[in-house]
Design a protein around this ligand. Structure first.
Ligand SMILES: *Cc1c(COP(=O)(O)O)cnc(C)c1O
Length: 359
């Protein structure tokens, strides 16, 4: 995987322009390479982290602790304590039990409550794993407030690779409602964390980031009137996805029978365990370039090289590849800068992890 830092810089600037009054907290998990973190720290980005190791990586890249949030809603209490000792004072919660851990391990910190969002329109939805129903958020925040934390705001994530620019509207309506309910209870919330979800280009075209900015600003004005909250975004995929390219080799092309109509199987030297984990459920469809582009195309099942039957990327919806593609050909997988290197297995089946080069 080769990652181009100039593209990351352009993406950062595009976010800053599209949402000028919003602070950017880059979601480190999308691509935590030190060069990316260092560049973003230099550009003024803040960082959304999910673990102590990610916090340490952001600090090592030059971010100060006041520019780092611990945004995972699922944290060991001793990791919260470690983050607190590193200076982190901003934490995500989605229930009273997590608030209690922060009260004990990071007293006085700011917390924001994550609410559920249905993820409609997203190609990589984030399910019901994170967040509480909006009606519960005021209780969670009030519990934090009564126990000496600062009830700071609300967060949500509209689902990753969100192609609907209007997807923020419903969650912002809920957020404004939570702000009102908290005000009634004597808490003045400050911040709405708009999460990630900004898409990168795979096979289908996606709206530009400025259209997301316009739509989000409209929704904020609609629901908060002239009392706009402080806002932050946490782009991951949209920051680094289009900056990365993977070179892979065709290991085998075969058919399962002599039948003329039988679909071809194309096996690459990368698969679900080598960095393309997001092909799970055939969710993310990467553009693949070959030196035969322009030749006649045929539907293919695309699979990885490991001895695991789950290591098939596209089968339900076969992938069109040139009929002239041959064993040994190199192919280029585009849009591979996000969620690839870190998802690649250490050595499943003896295949080494995906190497990454930053230019
Ligand atoms: C993964 C994640 C992000 C980044 O999401 P993208 O869709 O890649 O932009 C942002 N915030 C949180 C809390 C996350 O877990």
């Amino acid at each position: 995987m080769v990652l181009d830092l100039d593209v990351v810089r352009d993406n950062y600037n595009a976010f800053a322009r599209a949402l000028p009054d919003t602070r950017v907290f880059y979601a480190v998990k999308a691509n935590p390479s030190p060069e990316v973190l260092h560049l973003l720290a230099t550009l003024g980005s803040c960082f959304d982290t999910a673990s102590v190791v990610e916090i340490e990586m952001a600090l090592a890249a030059g971010a100060t602790s006041d520019r780092i949030s611990f945004g995972n809603t699922i944290k060991k209490e001793r990791d919260i304590a470690r983050a607190f000792s590193l200076g982190i004072r901003l934490f995500a919660v989605d229930c009273v039990a997590e608030v209690d851990k922060i009260v004990r391990a990071a007293p006085g910190s700011k917390v924001f409550c994550r609410i559920l969002c249905d993820g409609a329109g997203a190609e990589w939805p984030l399910s019901r794993k994170f967040g509480c129903v909006p009606e519960m958020a005021a209780d969670v925040l009030e519990h934090a407030h009564r126990n000496g934390l600062e009830a700071y705001g609300v967060s949500f994530h509209v689902g990753s690779q969100q192609r609907n620019t209007e997807a923020w509207d419903q969650a912002l309506a809920s957020s404004a409602e939570i702000f009102r309910e908290c005000a009634v209870r004597g808490m003045n919330l400050s911040m709405v964390n708009l999460g990630g979800g900004f898409p990168t280009k795979y096979l289908k075209e996606v709206p530009g980031v400025s259209r997301y900015g316009d739509s989000i600003f409209r929704a904020l004005s609609k629901h908060f009137g002239n009392r706009l909250p402080e806002t932050i975004i946490e782009p991951g995929r949209g920051m680094v996805g289009n900056a990365g390219l993977i070179e892979s080799e065709v290991v085998l092309i075969s058919k399962k029978s002599d039948n003329e109509d039988e679909v071809r199987w194309v096996y690459l030297d990368i698969g679900k365990f080598g960095g393309l984990a997001e092909t799970m459920d055939e969710s993310i469809r990467y553009p693949i370039r070959t030196r035969h582009d322009g030749d006649e195309m045929v539907p293919c099942v695309l699979a990885g090289p490991t001895c695991d039957s789950a290591d098939v990327m596209y089968e339900k919806e076969p992938y069109m590849l040139p009929v002239s593609l041959s064993i040994g050909d190199k192919v280029l997988i585009e849009g591979a800068g996000a969620y690839t290197t870190t998802y690649s297995a250490v050595a499943f089946n003896g295949f080494p992890p995906l190497r990454s080069y930053v230019i």
